[in-house]
Structure formats: C-alpha cells, structure tokens
Design a protein around this ligand. Sequence first.
Ligand SMILES: [Zn+2]
Ligand SMILES: [Zn+2]
Length: 73
Amino acid sequence: MALLCKDLCQKHKARFEHSKGMYLNGYRFCRVCQVWFNTDSLYCICCGGRLGARPRSKKSKLLLSKMVVLVKQ
Ligand SMILES: [Zn+2]
Ligand SMILES: [Zn+2]
C-alpha cells in the first residue's frame, strides 16, 4: 500500500522545520509528508506512515549529545 500525503499535515505541522535537534523535543518527522509533528503518536495523522523517532544508531547518539551541549550553551 502506497503512503500518500493528503495535505492534512499542513494544518498540524510544527511551526519550525529542517532541524535535527527537533528530535530532542518530542517532535517526529514524516518522511512521506516532509513535515514535523509535535505528537506522541508513532504514525502520521495525514498519510498513516510511521513517524521518525529519536535516532538509534551510535553515530546519531553522538551527534545528539553534541547538540544537547550546543542547546545548553
Ligand atoms: Zn501529509
Ligand atoms: Zn505523513
């Protein structure tokens, strides 16, 4: 089943975009819609696709900890 953007996300999307640091703040990214959501849901309310969560790989975690430092400063 193909996942399609129905433009519902445009009403619900988070105000800012294009920042990996948003993973820190409970935001999730839909790769189909290319939109950030401020939600706890695992699935996009628009296309039904799985939303991106916190990065799992070691590299990403390293990057994440660096970003935390940046945020604190
Ligand atoms: Zn959408
Ligand atoms: Zn979506």
